[in-house]
Design a protein around this ligand. Structure first.
Ligand code: PLP
Ligand code: COI
Length: 344
């Protein structure tokens, strides 16, 4: 039985009943094990520890208004993990294996799935990494795939609480023609120095520009960018950002709500003409942005400040949030077949 206070969850790890573990060795995946111990034993020479041969995913399961348990678009995460693994040159689970494991981890940890009605959910963290001992820099021949989970609440503050972010012009998250479009741990490592400095200055996230020209908006350290202008949902087109599944869903939601969708390069100067701006992603859902502070460097006192709304979530962002979350929580019909139900 879980003793978690589901009403006061943040985005933090809580140990659950089990983790799922399988290894790819000699050309096949081992039988999937349910382990109660969340510590694992691997070679000190595993390529993931030395060369970052690692990728992961993030998705969520929700307890619905009707008592049913739904996972949001796991097929999309399975496909994206396979792309990341291909980038790293390592084996990846099939889409079918991935989805089966998503369902199984939720079922085995059902006591930890937050109840309906408090904006909380079960975060599912699939992780894949090279595990064979190696010294040379090359793709790992053996790997471990684990399915982990933790009950979570809002990523920053409370649900729909607006945040302030900073543009760090002296740091890039990804390189031109680099790994920005893949969900590899290295991208997050590359964001930490600027993120830590930004957090010390009181910001909740960093907004990165395109690393080639630094003229266009790319994305935040852990989410995609969107802006609202008139009746348009505008989001960057860039090959150095993660193709967000939430953003892809929001594009559909925006059209359904009668808005137009523009996926195109977004020049920094355009920040002054948006009525609403937000972050979107699995962990952040939709998080409204109150202020974007553009600095030539994080150390600089010089800044251009863009302010949106009065610190509350804008009307269109709220409609988009409701569109997506009402499908996730079984409050609205799942018209596009985005969710997969977990049989309990
Ligand atoms: N961008 C980055 C850098 C992320 O870490 C995430 C989180 O997964 C996203 C965007 C949003 O992607 P998704 O909506 O698929 O979770
Ligand atoms: C997610 O939104 O699922 C992420 O992976 C973002 C972050 C917690 C790394």
């Amino acid at each position: 039985m879980s003793t978690i206070d589901f009403d006061n969850l943040s985005f933090a790890y809580h140990k659950t009943n089990t983790i799922l573990y399988t290894e790819f060795k000699n050309g096949k995946w081992s039988e999937i094990e349910s382990r109660t111990d969340d510590y694992i034993s691997i070679s000190a020479f595993a390529g993931s520890l030395h060369y970052g041969i690692q990728c992961f995913e993030g998705l969520k399961a929700f307890r619905g208004k009707d008592g049913k348990v739904r996972i949001f678009r796991p097929d999309e995460n399975a496909k994206r993990l396979r792309k990341s693994a291909e980038y790293l040159g390592i084996e990846a689970p099939s889409e079918e294996m991935f989805i089966q494991m998503c369902k199984r981890i939720v079922k085995e940890n059902i006591d930890f799935l937050p109840p309906y009605g408090n904006n909380a959910s079960m975060y599912i963290r699939p992780i894949l990494f090279g595990s064979n001992p190696q010294l040379g820099v090359k793709s790992s021949t053996e790997c471990v795939f684990m399915m982990l989970c933790s009950p979570v609440g809002a990523y920053t503050g409370g649900a729909l609480e607006a945040i302030d972010v900073v543009i760090a012009r002296d740091y890039d998250r990804a390189a031109p023609n680099g790994s920005g479009a893949y969900k590899v741990g290295g991208n997050y490592a590359c964001s930490l120095l600027s993120l830590n400095k930004a957090v010390k200055l009181g910001y909740k996230a960093v907004l990165y520009l395109d690393p080639t020209s630094r003229k266009f908006i790319d994305e935040y350290n852990s989410s995609n960018f969107f802006g609202i202008k008139g009746n348009s949902y505008i989001t960057p087109l860039s090959d150095s950002i993660l193709p967000s599944i939430t953003n892809k869903s929001l594009e559909v939601a925006a059209r359904e709500l009668g808005m137009t969708v523009e996926r195109r390069p977004v020049p920094v100067e355009e920040l002054g003409s948006f009525e609403e701006v937000g972050e979107c992603g699995t962990a952040v859902v939709i998080t409204p942005v109150h202020k974007i502070v553009d600095k030539p460097s994080l150390e600089s006192d010089q800044e251009t400040v863009y302010t949106y709304g009065n610190g509350l979530c804008g009307e269109k962002s709220l409609a988009l949030y409701k569109y997506i979350t009402s499908i996730q929580y079984g409050e609205a019909p799942d018209k596009f077949g985005w969710t997969i139900e977990v049989e309990l």
